[in-house]
Structures are given as structure tokens and as C-alpha cells.
Design a protein around this ligand. Structure first.
Ligand code: C5P
Length: 251
């Protein structure tokens, strides 16, 4: 098995930990958000919509602004294809990249090996939060969902994948199951479904505030609409960074 060093998150500042998703379909819109928020957030996430629309230009746009990129492609294919795609993304200099844990241990180990020694930290997606127990049963996976999440997380971490995407509610269970208790000492946990107190939930159901998510063991938070739809997106991002800093006990 490839031995992969998990990058410790201890040295990350509160701002470094905030990820803003570029959930738009054009370079023009993406550029506008990056220009507005590059001094307020640590990482910009390029997902399937933007990447399908404009391709690697989206990653270049983020890097040209001097910012870090999380390429959220949730890769799922045969080991050779996943490993080659991971190597290609790593060569672009993305800092975070997602693969599905359901690739299985051999493909995950190849993916981890392809990212090892690069600037790219691989993250495994366990069970999409849009799935519930009935979907898990329909897929023929042993449930309930929370057990499937832990099983897939163990699989990914044992295969050498250094990080996981999970909901704020799963951080504690995953840290306990994986034998680690503190952020910075186990797999990196990247957490969407974060809503500042009083913010609209949109379609997110099981949410946590930024402070709760950090105290619960998250390393990075993905926060989109509460920033994008705010009257003052920069002020909204700054308030979230302040809440993260307070939860970390930073002055
Ligand atoms: O706008 P909002 O804060 O809900 O955006 C969250 C981002 O995180 C979106 O890009 C969404 O696709 C992504 N995401 C999520 N829930 C997951 C995994 C990813 O909301 N379980």
C-alpha cells in the first residue's frame, strides 16, 4: 500500500479553511466571484457544472488570481483512468481533488499514489448526502447510511486517501471510527452544509454553523449561498472567518 502523509491542518488560518464554491456556468461569473472574494476566502471550489462548461480554464482563472483551487470532480472509473486523471489534476496544481470511495481499494490506492508527493490532497466522497437509507438499499449496499459512510471512509483511508468530504454531523463519528479525535491529526475533513445562525438553509437539511462544524472536528468548510446571496458577500465571508477563528480559539 502507498504510504501517504496526511497534511496536518493545524497550521491553517481561519481564512485558509473557508472554501467558496464557484457554482456558476461561465468564466465571466466565476471571474467576478474570484475578484470579489479572493482576499476573504482560502480556496475556490470548481465543481462539475463549471468544469463541464469551461474546462481547465476555470482552474487557471483561480490560479491566475493567486488563489488555491479545489477541483471537485468526484472521479469514479477504473483505476487506470482515475489515476491518470488524478495525475493530470495534480499537474495543474489543484490543492484538493475528490474521488468516490466507491472506486474500491485498488483504484483508491492507485489514485493516492498518483497524488503522493504533489501539492494535491485527495479527498474521498463516501455516500452522497442526497442519498438516504432507501437509496442505499436500492443500490444493494449494506445500510443504514451512517454505517455505509463509516465503512467507505475506512476503505478510503486504509487505501491511503488522506481526506474525506462529510457532513458536519458525521465528523465526530468518523473521527471516532478512524481512531482520531482532533482536527489536524487524522484524515482531513472537508464539510459542506454549513450555515451561519439565521441564514437561509436553501436545500441543505442537516446543517451546522461554522463554529459548530469546526468544534465538531471539521478542517475545511464549504460555504456557498450564504456568501454569494448576501447583500455584502465580502462582509458575509469575513463574519464566517471570524466565527471559525473564535471556534479555533484564535485571537
Ligand atoms: O450553497 P451551499 O453552501 O449549499 O453550497 C455547498 C457546496 O457544497 C455546493 O457546491 C454543493 O454542491 C457542495 N456539496 C454539498 N453537500 C454535499 C457535498 C457537496 O452541498 N454533501
Amino acid at each position: 500500500m502507498t504510504v501517504v502523509t496526511v497534511p496536518s491542518s493545524v497550521a491553517l488560518s481561519a481564512r485558509d479553511r473557508l472554501i467558496f464554491p464557484l457554482d456558476v456556468d461561465s468564466l465571466t461569473e466565476a471571474r467576478r466571484h474570484v475578484a470579489l472574494l479572493r482576499d476573504e476566502v482560502g480556496v475556490f471550489k470548481v465543481g462539475l457544472e463549471l468544469f463541464t462548461s469551461v474546462g481547465p480554464d476555470a482552474v487557471r482563472l483561480v490560479h491566475d488570481a493567486g488563489a488555491k483551487c479545489f477541483l471537485d470532480l468526484k472521479l469514479h472509473d477504473i483505476g487506470e483512468t482515475v489515476a491518470r486523471s488524478v495525475a493530470t489534476a495534480a499537474a495543474m496544481g489543484v490543492r484538493l481533488l475528490t474521488v468516490h470511495a466507491a472506486n474500491g481499494s485498488r483504484a483508491l490506492a492507485r489514485a493516492a499514489a498518483a497524488a503522493a508527493g504533489t501539492e494535491t490532497t485527495l479527498l474521498a466522497v463516501t455516500v452522497l448526502t442526497s442519498l438516504e437509507d432507501a437509496d442505499i438499499a436500492e443500490l444493494g449496499l449494506a445500510g443504514p447510511t451512517e454505517l455505509a459512510v463509516v465503512r467507505l471512509a475506512r476503505l478510503a483511508v486504509s487505501a491511503g486517501v488522506p481526506g474525506l468530504v462529510c457532513s458536519p454531523q458525521e465528523c465526530g463519528r468518523l473521527r471516532a471510527a478512524l481512531g482520531t479525535s482532533a482536527p489536524g491529526h487524522g484524515p482531513l475533513l472537508v464539510v459542506p452544509g454549513v450555515r451561519p445562525a439565521g441564514a437561509a438553509l436553501n436545500d441543505q437539511k442537516r446543517v451546522a454553523t461554522p463554529g459548530e462544524a469546526i468544534r465538531g472536528g471539521a478542517d475545511y468548510l464549504v460555504v456557498g449561498r450564504p456568501i454569494r446571496d448576501a447583500a455584502d458577500p465580502r462582509a458575509a465571508a469575513r463574519a464566517i472567518v471570524a466565527e471559525i477563528a473564535a471556534a479555533l480559539g484564535e485571537p
